[in-house]
Design a protein around this ligand. Sequence first.
Ligand SMILES: [Zn+2]
Ligand SMILES: [Zn+2]
Length: 231
Amino acid sequence: MGMELLLDFIAPRTCGACREDLPRLIQGPLCGACLSSVRMLSERLCARCGAPHAKREDLCRRCRGRLFAVDAIRAAFSYRAPVRELLHSFKYRGRLDAGRALADWMAGRFRRHRELAGARAIIPVPLHPRRLRERGFNQAELLAAAVSRASRLPCLPGLVRTRRTRAQWGLSRDSRLKNLEGAFEWQGPPPPDSVLLIDDVCTSGGTLEACGLALQAAGAREIRAFVLARD
Ligand SMILES: [Zn+2]
Ligand SMILES: [Zn+2]
C-alpha cells in the first residue's frame, strides 16, 4: 500500500481501460468517460447460461434440449470495453487497483441475481499451478473473496486444475470441451449440496461446465456460477 501511494505520487495514474492520465480527484481505476460506458447485460437472457439471446424462448439454442452440470450462469457485466480492458490491466499488467474495483463491483451486483440464491459455499475456478506461478495470483480467487465477503458464504478451496489445457480460443466448441475434459478435480472433504462457482470470464461456458462435472462427481447437486463478465 505504501509503495502504491509512493508510485502514485511520482507517476500519474492512468485509466485502467483507455490509459489516459487520471485526474487526481478520481479514486477508481477508470476515467469518467470509461466509467460511464460500463454496460450490464440488460437484454433478454438465456435462463440457463445467461447469454443474451433475441428469441422468445427461455433457453438459447445451445442450452435447449441438453443437460448440464452447471444449472445456471449469471454475469455481473458484459465482456466489452471498458470492463474487458480493465480486466486485462489486472490480469496481464498486474494492476491490483483494477482487480479490486472489479471485485467490488461484482460483489455489489451479486444480490440482484436471485437465481443464484441459496448456495452454501463459493468455489473459485482454479488456475493451473504453473499459470498461477507465472501470474502470481488467481483472478477468480480475488473475485470470489469479494463475493464471499458480500454474501457471507464461505469460500472453499478443493477444486484443482490437474491438467494444463491448450488456450481455448480458436478451438471449435466440441474441441473446447474435449480440451477441458478431466482438467479439474475436487480434492478434500465432500463439497456442500449447493455451490456457486466464480470465474472472471465466461465465453462458451466450457471451463465452468468442466468444473461443474468435477463437483458433481464429488457429490454436489446444485451447481451454479457467477462470473464477472460474459460475451
Ligand atoms: Zn478511460
Ligand atoms: Zn443458454
